[in-house]
Design a protein around this ligand. Structure first.
Ligand code: EPZ
Length: 438
């Protein structure tokens, strides 16, 4: 497994270009299953999760063709399978998003249950309940979801999600575009990634209203057509680099980014004493000469403070003056980075399973640490950038799932960061498939 080595204590100054949003790209790529016409996506980030999803779509018979460095064409005009295999789904749970499109277009799907992950049980009951309400017959056997409409079209339904769910909103929204009649989604997720998906589906010919609100109304159509869509920037990546500037008392210009997608975080960073300035194509964040103060954060669905930025803001809180608290309300086990940060001399106390208190003013010290999940590893990178001495982060494959070129982007701002590559054991991740033309 690759490791990343960081010698911290250096203020970062420079410019970072944000990549396309991982969590918008994944559903957008599965949306290509809804039509036999090509879907062209620009600003697709070069990430492990994207490569995994390409493999899954190729295994279903989708033609996946790279047109330029971050531009891909997807065409599902020769689907040969409706099965998303466990050995692929277990590595990337968002592959469960093939369920809605396959059911809507072909009336059939066998998808491995994603199972839990480090941050929580991550059930998919909301996805399955919604599709059942639309007429699908769904059974679970031996870890697989067997879904069928017995050759009929899904039918529109009014669905109220018991809890805001990004994935359940995406699966159901995609399914509804081809269902017979009208589907109403209440308590739908309003994350920017949902809006991006809905706008792309509209450009493919879907009839959707209420975009950007928690009530989506979809009138099903017979078929969708060719479209071209440019993916929104990755808001969580932009937050990560903003915090890198604040925690190292430097200043970073973050380009190709959407400040309006991170309002809650920008407000929190400003309240902590960082300086955020809008720019024509993004924003800058400065911690230079600033005293960063502690703050209390509660993570909630959008537009609140995103759970995916919780580990990152925790890193900043470690060095802030004064106490901070975090209450994590979205996932039940999202503090795996706490013991690793404690190895770096961080003073963090778990007040209960969902809350921590951070004393602040820690003199962070470099140490060997282990990444446990994608955003935890980003939090460890940030802590390492501020720590005195060398930090070695193991299992950085977690990081590679969501951050394109992180070493290059940080090095360009003056960070002392390098990767120690593990010996290659065969081409396991990318694999070769007749349907992928990179
Ligand atoms: C998406 O996951 C993101 N992943 C996650 O980002 C993100 O943390 C999460 O949304 C919340 O914003 C992608 O978009 C690929 P949910 P998702 O359904 O859709 C419960 C990252 O680091 N729930 O909104 O799986 C669930 O257990 C990843 O990029 C049910 O109970 O999240 C959780 O407590 C990590 N039943 C809450 O809802 C369901 O059927 C929110 O989950 C579905 C969800």
């Amino acid at each position: 497994m690759d490791k990343i080595v960081i010698n911290g204590g250096k203020a970062l100054f420079g410019k970072v270009k944000i990549s396309g949003a991982k969590n918008a790209s994944l559903p957008l790529i599965t949306a290509s299953l809804l039509t036999d016409k090509p879907l062209f996506l620009h600003n697709v980030p070069d990430l492990a999760d994207i490569r995994t999803l390409h493999k899954i779509l190729a295994s279903l018979g989708v033609k996946v063709t790279q047109k330029a460095e971050h531009s891909w064409e997807y065409q599902a005009d020769g689907i040969t399978s409706f099965t998303a295999e466990y050995d692929l789904v277990k590595t990337m749970r968002a592959s469960f998003l093939v369920l809605g499109p396959l059911l809507a277009r072909f009336g059939e799907c066998k998808a491995a249950l994603p199972g839990g992950c480090a941050i929580g049980l991550r059930p998919v009951n909301f996805h399955l309940d919604a599709l059942r309400e639309m007429g699908a017959d769904i059974e679970i056997q031996e870890g697989y979801v067997y879904a069928t409409t017995y050759g009929k079209r899904l039918k529109g339904a009014e669905i109220t999600f018991p809890k805001v769910s990004v994935g359940a909103t995406e699966n159901t929204l995609m399914a509804a575009t081809l269902a017979e009649g009208t589907t109403i989604l209440n308590n739908a997720s309003i994350e920017p990634e949902i809006t991006d998906l809905a706008e792309c589906l509209q450009s493919m010919g879907a009839d959707i209203s209420g975009i950007g609100t928690s009530r989506l109304v979809i009138n099903g159509v017979e078929s969708l057509h060719e479209a071209t869509h440019s993916i929104i920037p990755d808001r969580i990546e932009s937050i990560t680099y903003a915090i890198a500037a604040a925690i190292t008392k430097g200043k970073i210009e973050i380009t190709d980014a959407r400040l309006d997608h991170i309002t809650a975080v920008a407000d929190a960073l400003t309240a902590m004493g960082a300086e955020i300035k809008p720019l024509p194509n993004g924003f800058s964040c400065s911690g230079e000469g600033k005293e960063i103060k502690g703050i209390d954060i509660v993570t909630t669905p959008y537009p609140g403070f995103p759970t995916d930025a919780q580990a990152q803001i925790m890193a900043l809180m470690l060095t802030a003056h004064g106490q901070s608290t975090i209450n994590e309300t979205v996932f039940e086990n999202r503090f795996m980075h706490v013991p690793e940060m404690q190895r770096m001399n961080a003073d963090i106390q778990l007040t209960d399973a969902f809350s921590v208190t951070i004393a602040g003013s820690s003199e962070l010290k470099g140490a060997p640490v282990m990444a446990s999940d994608l955003r935890a590893s980003a939090g460890l990178v940030l802590a390492a950038l501020a720590a005195h001495g060398e930090t070695v982060i193991d299992r950085v494959y977690h990081l590679d799932r969501g951050y394109e070129d992180i070493e290059a982007k940080l090095s360009a701002c003056g960070a002392d960061i390098r990767r120690i590559k593990a010996p290659v054991k065969g081409d396991s991740e990318n694999g070769n498939s007749d349907n992928i033309t990179a």
